[in-house]
Design a protein around this ligand. Sequence first.
Ligand code: SAM
Length: 369
Amino acid sequence: MKPETKGQVQLSKLIFTHNWEDPAMDERALQIKADDTVFTITSGGCNTLGFLRFNPRQIYCVDINAAQTYLMELKQAAFRYLDYEELLAFLGLRHHPKRSLIFRKLISDLSPEARSFWLNNNSLIEKGIIMNGRYERFVKIASWLLRTLQGYGKTKRLFGLKTLEEQKKLYDTEWNNGRWQWIFKTLFNKKRLAKGGLDGDYFHFDDGSASFSESFHKRAGHAICDLPVQTNYFLALYLLGHYQNEKSIPAYLQQENFNVIKKNIDRIHPVTADSKYWLEVQQDNLFDAMALSNICELMDKADTHKLFSEVLRTSKPGARLIFRNLMIPREVPENLQSNIIQDSDLSKEIQFQDRSFVYGKVAAYTIVK
Ligand SMILES: C[S@@+](CC[C@H](N)C(=O)[O-])C[C@H]1O[C@@H](n2cnc3c(N)ncnc32)[C@H](O)[C@@H]1O
């Protein structure tokens, strides 16, 4: 990507090394088929890598932050040159005494920019990158705090429960205590959010909540009571700080998917750009499926309109789309809603089933032209 690319912000800190969006919901919404051309936001790269299981023709993954592109290059190199055991050790799922020795096998596969980025961030490589982006480090600290407040024994017990009834009982009788409620009031404190530019009084919460703290408390309660905890690796990361075991991990890391992802690894094309400007220079009717993450929350109304206009132009008739909102409500602009049509039943279902549970909106759309 050339530095003069229109609208590109020069970001270079690695924020995400993991995707915090449930790929199973992306896959329900996008229905990726063999030979599809797919658009994604790179972020931690996990979901994009998992999409290779469906043998798409190509995936363009775009991120405004160059460090996320370097992460994707590194993960691609790891799939190209490592066997499964080494991959898990390199990423940090298994112990390894010196990961920089594995990195040596990958270095010549990287672009000069990615190579220099990773050489300057060798400490992240040594620790195992998967839980060492900025956000992941925050999650590990938060998980320590949550475990300490709830008690380690109770947290372990939660992940041993086998039925939703048992989960709900534990939540009602032991989990949803004053300390748990305090966490949400403190994290989503009105004054603190207002300092960050988020005034809760202006927001309408789809779940009927009166505040961010109430809404996030409900979202977490839903994850604990209504979705099986044993297969929820997001909940494990937020509460334990690591995956529960090697079974409950993202699809791209599961052993049975390793060979197909390795075979298709060159079909991912990482790009550093602001997606709305990158899409502007792509041809009409290119994409069969598009996953937009929650990037609209970082845009004003005019930019959101620009993005969705480009999404409509560059997607094929019948293409599928998913996007999310975490905190700030965003919607397809009104004048595009007859071409970018929300599938309400599927949206309700993926919103409910979403194991990553923090999003205020997870919605699926079909393009009609
Ligand atoms: C919106 S963030 C949220 C994280 C996300 N929910 C996840 O689970 O990974 C995801 C990524 O979008 C990138 N991003 C934000 N605005 C963008 C834009 N206009 N174009 C391309 N990437 C963007 C960020 O750099 C970040 O890596």
